[in-house]
Design a protein around this ligand. Structure first.
Ligand SMILES: Cc1cc2nc3c(=O)[nH]c(=O)nc-3n(C[C@H](O)[C@H](O)[C@H](O)COP(=O)(O)OP(=O)(O)OC[C@H]3O[C@@H](n4cnc5c(N)ncnc54)[C@H](O)[C@@H]3O)c2cc1C
Length: 472
């Protein structure tokens, strides 16, 4: 297996493949870790997915939790009310998340080649030949392109990337503040633009400005200290005592999605498959969840246990999620940065109306935190829970998400049933809200459920739907 790109998506993908037993090579063109940070917001569902691999606690020590957020134009939501162990938004620089994932990849013994730029792909019936810029090549069964918004893998696989560019240039700067705001996430939005201040936790802050007066400044023009400070003055009447700047950039966001997530033996995930406005902090979170969805499926394919349809379920499950993220972030973008007052008003009314009602706030919190993401039930059985996110639950002294740490399926039953499979963890639950039996996929979604205590034959059939017995 070859994974291209060692950003958050590629690191998670490589780790998931390795935990599933596949031999993985991770190719990354950069030699050093990146010195700029983009993502800050790690949402509750991502923390759950990381918890299912034993990585959430380490990330929590590196970040600052935020318990209340207000979507643009909406009413404040209390994230403590999320039905999750992680009722919060964790503010942690992307580099911190990448370090946790890099350690995981190292611990799992993944081969990481830095300075390896992929420039060519040649596919035949048996596999793919991956060519690097230094003239070396690797033959492998499958390739996953996690190589970011300008993905070479996507282009080489002939996958269209369609959408549009936003018109507004965003200013980013890392600054020191002498009058830092009290709240962890602090922002101002008005007709002059929007500004946001986010702490790195080491005394530096990321200042972000969407300034209507400067939105058309050429992308190549460097952002000066005076420019970012002036934007803050103009929009927020306050510069929080900015003293110095160590880095800055002018950035243009896009709203694009790949027409397909798979072309033969080549898959794409993360920013290679979808890019959108950073408002809402969804990109990295969506990429990590893509990796969690595809990793175990590809590992099964390599191990010879995947049913024929399994690999295609990656696109049918994850592409609609990407499309929904594009719609949500586009609505935020129109609201905060839209040029038309009428459009801003429509979005503001929509988001304001949704979040005014408790059920609407729960819906919006579910979308933002990604806790509300479910997959289509398709043809995998009748039970209402199939395809739903599986919440953590007590399994007699152990949590379900601890049982998922080896990346295997978990069969939960509320009584003693024999599950004679070494590749499936079996545990009993005492949760009266859960059905008598639930088969939990390695990516923490329900694969099958039954309200009656199942027979061994039923259980064997449910597992066989997802996993063939490996050929000796
Ligand atoms: C201002 C800003 C704020 C953001 N805030 C958030 C946020 O709060 N929360 C959130 O979830 N997301 C946020 N995002 C989005 C987030 O940063 C991205 O979605 C995330 O980095 C995508 O991860 P990735 O691994 O898919 O791609 P990338 O991080 O782009 O990684 C791709 C990797 O592939 C490598 N590569 C590229 N081409 C090749 C090649 N040919 N061969 C080998 N290697 C290659 C690159 O060097 C790179 O390391 C933000 C983005 C911006 C710009």
């Amino acid at each position: 297996m070859v994974v291209v790109g060692a950003g958050p998506t590629g690191l998670m993908m490589a780790a998931e493949l390795a935990v599933g037993g596949a031999k993985v090579q991770l190719l990354e063109e950069r030699v050093d870790m990146p010195n700029i940070t983009r993502a800050f917001a790690v949402h509750a569902r991502t923390l759950e997915l990381l918890d299912a691999r034993g990585l959430a606690d380490e990330l929590l020590t590196r970040g600052t939790p935020v318990y209340e957020v207000a979507p643009p134009g909406g009413v404040t939501m209390n994230l403590r009310e999320l039905p999750s162990r992680f009722g919060m938004l964790l503010i942690v620089p992307q580099s911190g998340t990448e370090q946790v994932l890099q350690t995981r990849v190292d611990d799992l013994g993944v081969q990481v080649a830095r300075g390896a730029e992929v420039v060519g792909l040649a596919e035949d019936d048996h596999g793919v030949n991956v060519q690097c810029a230094d003239g070396t090549s690797i033959s492998t069964r499958y390739v996953v392109g996690c190589d970011g918004a300008h993905s070479t893998v996507r282009r080489l696989a002939g996958i269209e990337f369609t959408g549009k560019q936003y018109e507004t240039h965003i200013l980013l700067a890392d600054v020191h503040l002498t009058r830092a705001p009290q709240e962890t996430l602090s922002g101002v939005t008005n007709e002059r633009g929007a500004v946001l201040i986010i702490p790195f936790g080491d005394g530096w802050f990321r200042a972000i400005a969407w300034d209507r007066l400067r939105e058309q400044a050429p992308l190549k023009e460097p952002v000066t200290f005076d420019e970012i400070r002036d934007s803050f003055h103009r929009i927020a009447d306050e510069d929080y005592g900015m003293t110095d700047m160590r880095w800055s950039s002018r950035f243009l966001s896009e709203r694009k999605q790949a027409e397909r997530y798979r072309a033969g033996r080549v898959f794409i995930a993360g920013d290679a498959a979808h890019v959108h406005s950073p408002l809402g902090g969804q990109g990295m979170n969506t990429g990590i969840a893509d990796a969690m969805n595809l990793g175990w499926k590809l590992a099964e394919a390599v191990g010879g246990t995947a049913p024929g349809w399994l690999l295609d379920s990656y696109e049918s499950e994850r592409r609609p999620v990407g499309a929904a993220v594009l719609r949500l972030t586009d609505a935020f973008n129109q609201l905060v940065l839209g040029r038309s007052k009428a459009q801003r008003l429509v979005q503001s009314l929509a988001i304001g109306t949704i979040t005014r009602l408790p059920a609407g706030r729960r819906f919006m919190a579910g979308r933002l935190s990604q806790i509300g993401i479910d997959y289509p039930r398709a043809s995998r059985g009748e039970h209402r829970l199939i395809g739903k996110r599986m919440p953590d639950t007590d399994c007699g002294g152990t949590r379900l998400y601890e049982l998922l740490r080896e990346g295997r399926f978990v069969m939960l039953t509320n009584g003693e049933v024999d599950v004679d499979r070494a590749d499936v963890v079996h545990a009993t639950h005492r949760d009266s809200d859960l059905p008598a039996a639930v088969l939990v996929r390695p990516d923490c979604y329900v694969g099958w459920a039954d309200d009656q205590v199942p027979t061994e034959a039923h259980i064997a059939a449910a597992i066989a739907h997802w996993k063939r017995t490996a050929q000796k």
